[in-house]
Write a protein that binds this ligand. Structure first.
Ligand SMILES: Cc1cc2nc3c(=O)[nH]c(=O)nc-3n(C[C@H](O)[C@H](O)[C@H](O)COP(=O)(O)O)c2cc1C
Length: 361
Protein backbone atom coordinates (compact mmCIF):
# COMPACT_ATOMS: atom_id res chain seq x y z
CA UNK A 1 0.00 0.00 0.00
CA UNK A 2 1.35 3.49 -0.74
CA UNK A 3 0.50 6.84 0.83
CA UNK A 4 1.18 10.47 0.00
CA UNK A 5 4.37 11.92 1.50
CA UNK A 6 2.12 14.42 3.25
CA UNK A 7 0.18 11.76 5.18
CA UNK A 8 3.37 9.97 6.23
CA UNK A 9 4.87 13.28 7.36
CA UNK A 10 1.75 13.89 9.44
CA UNK A 11 2.11 10.42 10.99
CA UNK A 12 5.73 11.23 11.93
CA UNK A 13 4.55 14.50 13.49
CA UNK A 14 2.06 12.59 15.61
CA UNK A 15 4.73 10.09 16.69
CA UNK A 16 7.28 12.84 17.42
CA UNK A 17 6.40 13.37 21.14
CA UNK A 18 7.27 9.70 21.64
CA UNK A 19 10.37 9.65 19.42
CA UNK A 20 11.88 12.73 21.08
CA UNK A 21 11.81 10.99 24.47
CA UNK A 22 14.04 8.19 23.18
CA UNK A 23 17.81 8.48 23.06
CA UNK A 24 18.80 9.86 19.64
CA UNK A 25 21.05 6.97 18.63
CA UNK A 26 18.53 4.40 19.88
CA UNK A 27 15.81 6.04 17.72
CA UNK A 28 18.15 6.00 14.74
CA UNK A 29 18.73 2.28 15.28
CA UNK A 30 14.96 1.69 15.49
CA UNK A 31 14.38 3.64 12.29
CA UNK A 32 17.01 1.59 10.44
CA UNK A 33 15.49 -1.64 11.78
CA UNK A 34 11.97 -0.58 10.75
CA UNK A 35 13.20 0.37 7.27
CA UNK A 36 15.05 -2.95 6.96
CA UNK A 37 11.94 -4.85 7.98
CA UNK A 38 9.87 -2.98 5.40
CA UNK A 39 7.37 -1.67 7.95
CA UNK A 40 7.88 2.03 7.13
CA UNK A 41 5.07 3.17 4.80
CA UNK A 42 6.22 4.06 1.29
CA UNK A 43 5.05 7.30 -0.26
CA UNK A 44 3.61 7.32 -3.78
CA UNK A 45 6.23 8.12 -6.41
CA UNK A 46 6.14 11.72 -7.63
CA UNK A 47 7.37 11.92 -11.20
CA UNK A 48 8.50 15.37 -12.11
CA UNK A 49 10.55 15.79 -15.24
CA UNK A 50 11.83 19.22 -14.14
CA UNK A 51 13.82 17.40 -11.42
CA UNK A 52 15.53 14.84 -13.65
CA UNK A 53 19.18 15.26 -14.49
CA UNK A 54 21.96 13.37 -16.22
CA UNK A 55 25.30 13.73 -14.49
CA UNK A 56 28.46 11.60 -14.74
CA UNK A 57 26.49 9.36 -17.07
CA UNK A 58 23.95 8.63 -14.32
CA UNK A 59 20.24 9.42 -14.60
CA UNK A 60 19.17 11.13 -11.37
CA UNK A 61 15.35 11.01 -11.00
CA UNK A 62 15.61 14.02 -8.68
CA UNK A 63 18.49 16.00 -7.14
CA UNK A 64 17.70 15.35 -3.45
CA UNK A 65 19.97 12.71 -1.95
CA UNK A 66 20.41 11.17 1.48
CA UNK A 67 23.68 12.41 3.03
CA UNK A 68 26.29 10.07 4.50
CA UNK A 69 25.92 9.00 8.12
CA UNK A 70 22.34 7.72 8.17
CA UNK A 71 22.99 4.44 6.37
CA UNK A 72 26.54 3.84 7.55
CA UNK A 73 26.61 0.12 6.72
CA UNK A 74 24.57 0.02 3.51
CA UNK A 75 21.57 -1.60 5.16
CA UNK A 76 18.71 0.59 3.98
CA UNK A 77 19.63 2.27 0.69
CA UNK A 78 16.73 0.54 -1.08
CA UNK A 79 13.96 1.62 1.35
CA UNK A 80 15.45 5.12 1.47
CA UNK A 81 15.34 5.35 -2.32
CA UNK A 82 11.72 4.22 -2.04
CA UNK A 83 11.06 7.10 0.36
CA UNK A 84 11.72 9.45 -2.56
CA UNK A 85 15.42 10.26 -2.39
CA UNK A 86 17.00 10.62 -5.83
CA UNK A 87 20.14 8.88 -4.62
CA UNK A 88 21.66 7.57 -1.38
CA UNK A 89 25.21 7.96 -0.09
CA UNK A 90 26.07 5.12 2.29
CA UNK A 91 28.96 5.26 4.80
CA UNK A 92 31.33 6.43 5.97
CA UNK A 93 32.72 2.90 5.80
CA UNK A 94 36.14 2.06 7.27
CA UNK A 95 38.26 -0.90 6.05
CA UNK A 96 38.12 -2.77 9.38
CA UNK A 97 35.09 -2.80 11.67
CA UNK A 98 35.48 -0.32 14.53
CA UNK A 99 33.12 0.75 17.34
CA UNK A 100 33.47 4.54 17.08
CA UNK A 101 33.44 6.82 20.12
CA UNK A 102 31.85 5.96 23.48
CA UNK A 103 28.11 6.69 23.83
CA UNK A 104 26.33 9.04 24.18
CA UNK A 105 27.65 10.54 20.93
CA UNK A 106 24.54 11.79 19.12
CA UNK A 107 22.48 14.72 20.40
CA UNK A 108 19.33 16.43 19.16
CA UNK A 109 19.21 20.21 19.43
CA UNK A 110 15.49 20.33 18.82
CA UNK A 111 14.96 24.04 19.41
CA UNK A 112 17.69 24.82 16.90
CA UNK A 113 16.60 22.27 14.27
CA UNK A 114 20.08 20.82 14.65
CA UNK A 115 22.12 17.77 15.62
CA UNK A 116 25.58 17.35 17.17
CA UNK A 117 27.39 14.07 16.57
CA UNK A 118 30.74 12.64 17.56
CA UNK A 119 30.10 9.13 16.26
CA UNK A 120 33.76 8.69 15.25
CA UNK A 121 33.19 6.42 12.23
CA UNK A 122 31.37 3.51 13.86
CA UNK A 123 31.46 1.03 11.01
CA UNK A 124 30.94 -2.67 10.39
CA UNK A 125 33.88 -2.49 7.98
CA UNK A 126 34.19 -3.00 4.23
CA UNK A 127 33.29 -6.69 4.06
CA UNK A 128 29.81 -6.29 5.57
CA UNK A 129 28.78 -3.43 3.27
CA UNK A 130 30.36 -5.04 0.22
CA UNK A 131 28.27 -8.15 0.77
CA UNK A 132 25.08 -6.04 0.89
CA UNK A 133 26.00 -3.96 -2.14
CA UNK A 134 26.91 -7.07 -4.15
CA UNK A 135 23.35 -8.35 -3.72
CA UNK A 136 22.10 -5.08 -5.20
CA UNK A 137 23.74 -5.95 -8.50
CA UNK A 138 23.41 -2.41 -9.90
CA UNK A 139 19.64 -2.24 -9.28
CA UNK A 140 17.31 -0.06 -7.17
CA UNK A 141 18.65 3.39 -8.05
CA UNK A 142 21.80 5.44 -7.51
CA UNK A 143 23.95 4.47 -4.53
CA UNK A 144 27.24 6.18 -3.66
CA UNK A 145 29.79 4.93 -1.14
CA UNK A 146 31.49 7.31 1.28
CA UNK A 147 34.90 6.09 2.46
CA UNK A 148 36.52 6.76 5.81
CA UNK A 149 39.72 5.59 7.48
CA UNK A 150 40.22 3.49 10.59
CA UNK A 151 41.13 5.48 13.69
CA UNK A 152 44.42 3.62 14.23
CA UNK A 153 45.60 3.49 10.61
CA UNK A 154 48.81 5.46 10.11
CA UNK A 155 48.95 5.41 6.30
CA UNK A 156 45.57 7.09 5.79
CA UNK A 157 45.93 7.13 2.01
CA UNK A 158 46.23 3.33 2.01
CA UNK A 159 42.80 3.04 3.67
CA UNK A 160 41.22 5.06 0.85
CA UNK A 161 43.07 3.02 -1.78
CA UNK A 162 41.63 -0.16 -0.28
CA UNK A 163 38.25 1.58 -0.25
CA UNK A 164 38.19 2.42 -3.95
CA UNK A 165 39.49 -1.05 -4.83
CA UNK A 166 36.71 -2.72 -2.83
CA UNK A 167 33.84 -0.41 -3.72
CA UNK A 168 34.84 0.86 -7.19
CA UNK A 169 33.07 -2.05 -8.91
CA UNK A 170 30.02 -1.79 -6.59
CA UNK A 171 29.22 1.93 -6.27
CA UNK A 172 27.64 4.48 -8.60
CA UNK A 173 29.93 7.14 -7.13
CA UNK A 174 32.69 7.17 -4.55
CA UNK A 175 33.29 9.83 -1.91
CA UNK A 176 36.59 10.44 -0.19
CA UNK A 177 35.64 11.84 3.19
CA UNK A 178 38.41 13.89 4.76
CA UNK A 179 36.14 16.26 6.62
CA UNK A 180 34.53 14.52 9.60
CA UNK A 181 35.62 16.27 12.79
CA UNK A 182 35.54 13.16 14.99
CA UNK A 183 38.54 11.19 13.72
CA UNK A 184 41.84 12.62 14.94
CA UNK A 185 43.97 14.00 12.09
CA UNK A 186 41.38 13.33 9.36
CA UNK A 187 40.76 16.94 8.35
CA UNK A 188 44.50 17.52 7.97
CA UNK A 189 44.19 15.42 4.80
CA UNK A 190 42.60 18.53 3.24
CA UNK A 191 46.08 20.17 3.17
CA UNK A 192 47.43 20.59 -0.40
CA UNK A 193 50.43 18.18 -0.46
CA UNK A 194 48.76 15.27 1.28
CA UNK A 195 45.50 15.89 -0.60
CA UNK A 196 47.36 15.74 -3.94
CA UNK A 197 48.90 12.42 -2.92
CA UNK A 198 45.56 11.11 -1.64
CA UNK A 199 43.63 11.99 -4.80
CA UNK A 200 46.35 10.86 -7.19
CA UNK A 201 46.75 7.48 -5.49
CA UNK A 202 43.03 6.81 -5.05
CA UNK A 203 42.24 7.80 -8.61
CA UNK A 204 44.91 5.44 -9.92
CA UNK A 205 43.67 2.64 -7.66
CA UNK A 206 40.07 3.24 -8.77
CA UNK A 207 40.98 3.13 -12.45
CA UNK A 208 42.96 -0.06 -11.94
CA UNK A 209 40.11 -1.69 -9.98
CA UNK A 210 37.47 -0.97 -12.59
CA UNK A 211 39.14 -1.96 -15.85
CA UNK A 212 36.36 -4.48 -16.44
CA UNK A 213 33.47 -2.26 -15.33
CA UNK A 214 32.36 1.36 -15.49
CA UNK A 215 34.63 3.61 -13.40
CA UNK A 216 32.42 5.54 -10.98
CA UNK A 217 32.99 9.27 -10.46
CA UNK A 218 35.33 10.15 -7.58
CA UNK A 219 34.21 12.96 -5.27
CA UNK A 220 35.82 14.69 -2.31
CA UNK A 221 33.79 15.81 0.71
CA UNK A 222 35.05 18.91 2.47
CA UNK A 223 34.49 20.70 5.78
CA UNK A 224 32.81 24.08 6.20
CA UNK A 225 35.55 25.25 8.58
CA UNK A 226 38.26 26.19 6.08
CA UNK A 227 40.29 29.34 5.51
CA UNK A 228 40.21 31.11 2.14
CA UNK A 229 43.67 29.69 1.46
CA UNK A 230 42.49 26.15 2.28
CA UNK A 231 39.56 26.50 -0.11
CA UNK A 232 41.70 27.89 -2.93
CA UNK A 233 44.20 25.03 -2.47
CA UNK A 234 41.46 22.37 -2.42
CA UNK A 235 39.91 23.70 -5.65
CA UNK A 236 43.30 23.85 -7.39
CA UNK A 237 44.26 20.31 -6.33
CA UNK A 238 40.80 18.91 -7.18
CA UNK A 239 41.03 20.29 -10.72
CA UNK A 240 44.70 19.31 -11.13
CA UNK A 241 43.91 15.72 -10.03
CA UNK A 242 40.89 15.68 -12.32
CA UNK A 243 38.42 14.44 -9.73
CA UNK A 244 34.77 14.48 -10.68
CA UNK A 245 33.13 16.62 -8.02
CA UNK A 246 33.07 18.03 -4.51
CA UNK A 247 30.58 17.56 -1.68
CA UNK A 248 30.20 20.79 0.26
CA UNK A 249 29.98 20.45 3.31
CA UNK A 250 30.37 18.14 6.26
CA UNK A 251 29.39 19.18 9.83
CA UNK A 252 30.97 22.20 11.54
CA UNK A 253 33.01 22.48 14.73
CA UNK A 254 31.83 26.11 15.06
CA UNK A 255 29.04 26.91 17.53
CA UNK A 256 26.98 29.92 16.43
CA UNK A 257 25.89 32.24 19.29
CA UNK A 258 22.29 31.70 18.26
CA UNK A 259 22.12 28.12 19.60
CA UNK A 260 19.69 27.74 22.47
CA UNK A 261 19.35 23.97 23.04
CA UNK A 262 20.72 22.35 26.22
CA UNK A 263 23.14 20.13 24.26
CA UNK A 264 24.78 23.03 22.39
CA UNK A 265 28.05 22.58 24.33
CA UNK A 266 28.58 18.92 23.32
CA UNK A 267 31.79 18.14 21.43
CA UNK A 268 31.38 17.04 17.81
CA UNK A 269 30.11 18.21 14.46
CA UNK A 270 27.06 20.46 14.30
CA UNK A 271 24.59 19.96 11.44
CA UNK A 272 21.10 21.06 10.49
CA UNK A 273 19.55 24.55 10.36
CA UNK A 274 22.46 26.46 11.98
CA UNK A 275 24.82 25.05 9.31
CA UNK A 276 22.74 26.19 6.34
CA UNK A 277 24.16 29.67 5.87
CA UNK A 278 27.83 28.80 6.38
CA UNK A 279 27.74 25.70 4.18
CA UNK A 280 25.86 27.53 1.42
CA UNK A 281 28.43 30.35 1.53
CA UNK A 282 31.29 27.85 1.13
CA UNK A 283 29.38 26.19 -1.73
CA UNK A 284 28.99 29.49 -3.55
CA UNK A 285 32.69 30.34 -3.04
CA UNK A 286 33.75 26.93 -4.35
CA UNK A 287 31.44 27.26 -7.38
CA UNK A 288 32.90 30.68 -8.19
CA UNK A 289 36.49 29.49 -7.64
CA UNK A 290 36.04 26.44 -9.89
CA UNK A 291 34.05 28.45 -12.46
CA UNK A 292 31.44 25.73 -12.60
CA UNK A 293 34.00 23.20 -13.95
CA UNK A 294 33.30 20.70 -11.16
CA UNK A 295 29.84 19.37 -10.33
CA UNK A 296 29.06 20.15 -6.68
CA UNK A 297 26.77 18.44 -4.19
CA UNK A 298 25.41 20.97 -1.70
CA UNK A 299 24.69 19.71 1.80
CA UNK A 300 24.12 21.37 5.16
CA UNK A 301 20.89 22.48 6.78
CA UNK A 302 18.37 21.75 4.03
CA UNK A 303 14.89 21.52 5.55
CA UNK A 304 12.61 22.17 2.58
CA UNK A 305 12.41 22.84 -1.15
CA UNK A 306 13.47 26.46 -0.69
CA UNK A 307 16.68 25.33 1.04
CA UNK A 308 17.41 22.90 -1.79
CA UNK A 309 16.73 25.67 -4.33
CA UNK A 310 19.12 28.07 -2.53
CA UNK A 311 21.88 25.42 -2.71
CA UNK A 312 21.25 24.96 -6.44
CA UNK A 313 21.39 28.72 -7.04
CA UNK A 314 24.67 28.75 -5.07
CA UNK A 315 26.17 26.18 -7.44
CA UNK A 316 24.96 22.72 -6.45
CA UNK A 317 23.97 20.30 -9.20
CA UNK A 318 22.69 17.90 -6.54
CA UNK A 319 21.87 18.33 -2.86
CA UNK A 320 21.78 16.07 0.18
CA UNK A 321 20.27 16.21 3.64
CA UNK A 322 20.25 14.30 6.89
CA UNK A 323 19.56 16.29 10.09
CA UNK A 324 16.15 17.68 9.09
CA UNK A 325 15.01 14.11 8.63
CA UNK A 326 15.49 13.53 12.37
CA UNK A 327 12.63 16.00 12.94
CA UNK A 328 10.50 15.37 9.84
CA UNK A 329 11.01 11.67 9.05
CA UNK A 330 12.27 10.10 5.81
CA UNK A 331 9.18 10.94 3.75
CA UNK A 332 10.36 14.56 3.76
CA UNK A 333 12.30 13.68 0.59
CA UNK A 334 9.01 13.68 -1.34
CA UNK A 335 7.91 17.02 0.06
CA UNK A 336 11.29 18.70 -0.60
CA UNK A 337 11.13 17.45 -4.18
CA UNK A 338 7.57 18.64 -4.72
CA UNK A 339 8.37 22.07 -3.30
CA UNK A 340 11.57 22.30 -5.36
CA UNK A 341 9.74 21.36 -8.55
CA UNK A 342 7.11 24.03 -7.85
CA UNK A 343 9.78 26.69 -7.19
CA UNK A 344 11.79 25.83 -10.33
CA UNK A 345 8.67 26.04 -12.49
CA UNK A 346 7.52 29.28 -10.85
CA UNK A 347 10.97 30.81 -11.46
CA UNK A 348 10.85 29.78 -15.10
CA UNK A 349 13.51 27.04 -15.06
CA UNK A 350 12.89 24.07 -17.35
CA UNK A 351 15.31 21.84 -15.41
CA UNK A 352 17.62 21.78 -12.39
CA UNK A 353 20.73 22.21 -14.56
CA UNK A 354 19.45 25.59 -15.83
CA UNK A 355 19.29 26.94 -12.27
CA UNK A 356 22.73 25.74 -11.11
CA UNK A 357 24.87 28.67 -9.97
CA UNK A 358 22.33 31.29 -11.07
CA UNK A 359 22.53 32.97 -7.67
CA UNK A 360 26.29 33.55 -7.81
CA UNK A 361 27.54 36.90 -9.11
C1 LIG B 1 24.63 11.51 12.98
C2 LIG B 1 25.42 11.97 11.79
C3 LIG B 1 26.41 11.13 11.29
C4 LIG B 1 27.15 11.53 10.20
N1 LIG B 1 28.10 10.69 9.70
C5 LIG B 1 28.77 11.04 8.57
C6 LIG B 1 29.72 10.16 8.01
O1 LIG B 1 29.92 9.03 8.48
N2 LIG B 1 30.40 10.58 6.91
C7 LIG B 1 30.19 11.81 6.34
O2 LIG B 1 30.82 12.13 5.33
N3 LIG B 1 29.29 12.66 6.86
C8 LIG B 1 28.58 12.31 7.96
N4 LIG B 1 27.66 13.17 8.48
C9 LIG B 1 27.49 14.51 7.87
C10 LIG B 1 26.33 14.57 6.88
O3 LIG B 1 26.55 13.71 5.80
C11 LIG B 1 26.16 16.01 6.35
O4 LIG B 1 27.31 16.40 5.64
C12 LIG B 1 25.92 17.02 7.48
O5 LIG B 1 25.14 16.47 8.50
C13 LIG B 1 25.23 18.29 6.97
O6 LIG B 1 23.97 18.01 6.42
P1 LIG B 1 22.59 18.18 7.27
O7 LIG B 1 22.65 19.54 7.89
O8 LIG B 1 21.49 18.03 6.26
O9 LIG B 1 22.60 17.10 8.27
C14 LIG B 1 26.90 12.80 9.58
C15 LIG B 1 25.89 13.62 10.10
C16 LIG B 1 25.16 13.23 11.19
C17 LIG B 1 24.08 14.13 11.71
Amino acid sequence: MSYTSQSILRFYQLAWPLIRRLDAEFSHGLAVKALEMGVVPKPKKVDNSVLQQRLWGLEFPNPVGLAAGFDKDARVFKPMLEQGFGFVEVGSITPQAQPGNPKPRLFRLENDGAVINRMGFNSEGHEASMARLKKRNGRHGIVGVNLGKNKLTEDAVADYEIGVRNFGPLADFIVINVSSPNTPGLRALQGPEILRELLTRTKAALNAATTLSVTPPLLLKIAPDLTDEDKADICAVAIECDIDGLIVTNTTIERPDTLISPHKGETGGLSGRPLFEASTRVLSEIYTATKGQLPLIGVGGIEDGQGAYQKILAGASLVELYSAMVYQGPAMAGRVNQQLADILKAEGFACVADAVGQGTA
